[in-house]
Design a protein around this ligand. Structure first.
Ligand code: TRP
Ligand code: SF4
Length: 332
């Protein structure tokens, strides 16, 4: 039979809080569409979350479960993809250690994401030994599955470059090609502003959750910042600077041109415009919320899916670790 082996994808998210629309349109939506073409491993990166959220490990655990419910609700399919929790596959830590022996400290210190994280308001929280090694654990995540491709946003490119460098080092030290140098898979990202028109981010408190309940969704949309030049309904609007319009672009498909024209001609009020958006968001997101509620109400189903994913991920991780150890001629 002429079966061509599928390329392997690994990607992960940190369970640091409820997933929002930025996570959906920036990553999750793409993951869903990659599942047929690739052999996908989707990882709950809970050790990465613990690097910053070590004060509340129980919360990380809760967020992990919740995140899997959202993944499932949005269409990550356990029949097609492996959904697993990093901390259930201890080989991640073993490979992380091996890669850390090959990592010059300077590579970590100069990493732009590290510098940014330190400059952040919560920068003090991550002045620990473990967080410095964040990219090395991410490299281990990817290398452990010998992934060919990693779907990431541009913000994660430094981590991918780091991974490639450390993989090359491993292969050159141990005179092998066993580790796979992964490529970034830059999928299209739909950018959605937060409710205050800045970038959507948990730290700005301007997010809309993927599975937001209807009342909260209404409240959040009604509070959204619109075109600041529109004070009265008779003022002509500029949809291109209005966050509500950015949402219409995604959620209101064929109506967008009409909405834009009416706004520019001062023929629609912002409150009506928001109400129309709420309806359209509700009709696309309502289904995710229903499925999400189903999973949160049936935790056994979710735990079974995770157990099965953990088992499949462990199998692959053990097999690949054996290959790596062999080449190192150190472990038996
Ligand atoms: N660092 C990634 C993020 O913050 C999460 C992550 C952990 C990841 N391990 C990974 C992403 C491996 C891709 C591949 O979004
Ligand atoms: Fe924005 Fe709609 Fe108001 Fe125009 S009418 S400024 S698109 S909210």
């Amino acid at each position: 039979m002429n079966s061509i082996k599928k390329e392997i994808i690994l990607s992960g998210m940190r369970p640091t809080g409820k997933l929002h629309l930025g996570n959906y349109f920036g990553a999750l939506r793409n993951w869903v569409s990659l599942q047929d073409e690739y052999e996908c491993f989707f990882e709950v990166a809970d050790w990465h979350a613990l690097m910053s959220d070590y004060a509340e490990p129980g919360k990380v655990r809760e967020n992990s479960f919740d995140m899997v419910c959202v993944w499932l609700a949005c269409g990550i399919d356990p029949k097609k993809s492996v959904i697993f929790r990093q901390s259930d596959v201890p080989e991640h830590l073993e490979l992380y250690f091996i890669l850390s022996t090959l990592t010059p400290i300077a590579w970590l210190e100069r990493c732009p994401t590290y510098k940014e994280a330190l400059a952040n308001i919560e920068g003090n929280k991550i002045r620990n030994f473990s967080f410095l090694g964040y990219p090395a654990l991410q490299a281990a995540d990817i290398a452990l599955y010998r992934a060919d491709k990693v779907p990431v946003g541009v913000d994660q490119l430094p981590h991918l470059e780091f991974t490639r460098e450390v993989v090359r080092r491993f292969n050159s030290y141990y005179d092998t090609e066993v580790m796979v140098e992964p490529d970034a898979l830059l999928t299209d990202v739909l950018k959605l502003p937060g409710t205050d028109s800045r970038k959507m981010s948990k730290s700005y408190n301007n997010t809309i959750h993927i599975t937001e309940d209807k009342e909260t969704l209404e409240k959040k949309v009604l509070s959204m910042v619109t075109d600041p030049a529109r004070i009265r309904v008779s003022d002509k609007g500029h949809p291109e600077v209005c966050s509500v319009f950015a949402y219409h672009n995604i959620f209101s498909s064929e109506a967008t041109a009409r909405i834009s024209d009416e706004c520019k001609a001062a023929q629609r009020g912002c409150v009506d415009c928001k109400r129309e958006l709420i309806e359209n968001m509700e009709s696309s997101l309502g289904e995710f919320r229903d499925k999400y509620l189903y999973y949160t109400e049936n935790p056994d189903k979710v735990n079974n899916i995770l157990d099965d994913g953990n088992r499949r991920a462990s199998e692959r991780a053990k097999k690949n670790m054996r290959l790596f150890r062999d080449k190192m001629k150190y472990y038996g």
